[in-house]
Design a protein around this ligand. Structure first.
Ligand SMILES: [Zn+2]
Length: 236
């Protein structure tokens, strides 16, 4: 979500651009990749599930250079994962399907810079006329409390927003592990979870490293940061 709109086209123009894009896709893009689409026509075997914010500036396929069929994407305001049992909604359903039916081995929860949802968590008064968003963002309350209890004086407003955005990803990873399908495969080392924060302005991705207890660059030195707890059971 972003409340700042840049040059807003008229409603007709906006739709026309979308339909024109579709025409270009059918005419130019589809024929070039026809083999791929034929292969995908009756089956999918995505590399990962990607849970991110509905924000229009986040394009999972673009930032990971993925093709159709590569990512099983689910998006919502604030890249939230409700804890198991609290809400049998779209996210929980998508998780269960991705893990149990498609057998994905990776789930990535990806937050981002300048997130309107995170700004709203810091400024709940802005949600007075959006009761549904307000209720949904209660799933980010855990991160808000962590941030409030660990605020240091060097954090300015941007610092606080970044801190909350990272803590929200950590919180949603915690919620993710309450889903039975996820918990079972984590325990047997068949599933790996990852927490990322993408910067719209710089393209950097910082990833949560559970071993070090901090975020560090996904493309930095050393082993790739992972948020997956250690497996403790044999798969059967
Ligand atoms: Zn967002």
């Amino acid at each position: 979500m972003n409340e700042k709109n840049m040059n807003i086209p008229s409603a007709d123009d906006a739709l026309q651009q979308i339909v024109d894009g579709f025409k270009r896709f059918r005419k130019d893009v589809f024929p070039e990749q026809e083999e791929l689409f034929k292969k995908l026509a009756n089956a999918q075997s995505p590399r990962a599930m990607f849970i991110t914010c509905a924000d229009s500036r986040i394009v999972p396929e673009l930032i990971t250079q993925s093709s159709p069929g590569d990512l099983f994407v689910t998006r919502n305001v604030g890249n939230v994962v409700p804890p198991y049992g609290q809400m049998n909604g779209g996210v929980s359903t998508a998780i269960e399907y991705a893990v149990s039916a498609l057998g994905v081995q990776h789930i990535i929860v990806c937050g981002h810079s300048d997130c309107g949802a995170m700004k709203a968590v810091l400024n709940p008064a802005s949600l007075e006329k959006m009761p549904t968003v307000k209720a949904w963002l209660r799933h980010a309350e855990i991160a808000k409390t962590v941030v409030a209890d660990h605020q240091t004086c060097e954090h300015n407003h941007d610092g606080e927003l970044n801190f909350l955005t990272e803590e929200n990803v950590v919180a949603q990873l915690t919620h993710l592990q309450t889903h039975p399908s996820v918990a079972s495969r984590l325990a047997s080392g068949q599933l790996f979870i990852h927490g990322w924060v993408y910067s719209i302005e710089t393209s950097e991705i910082r990833a949560y490293d559970a071993l070090e207890g901090r975020f560090r660059p996904l493309d930095g030195e050393g082993p790739m940061p992972v948020a997956t707890p250690r497996a403790r059971l044999n798969s059967n």
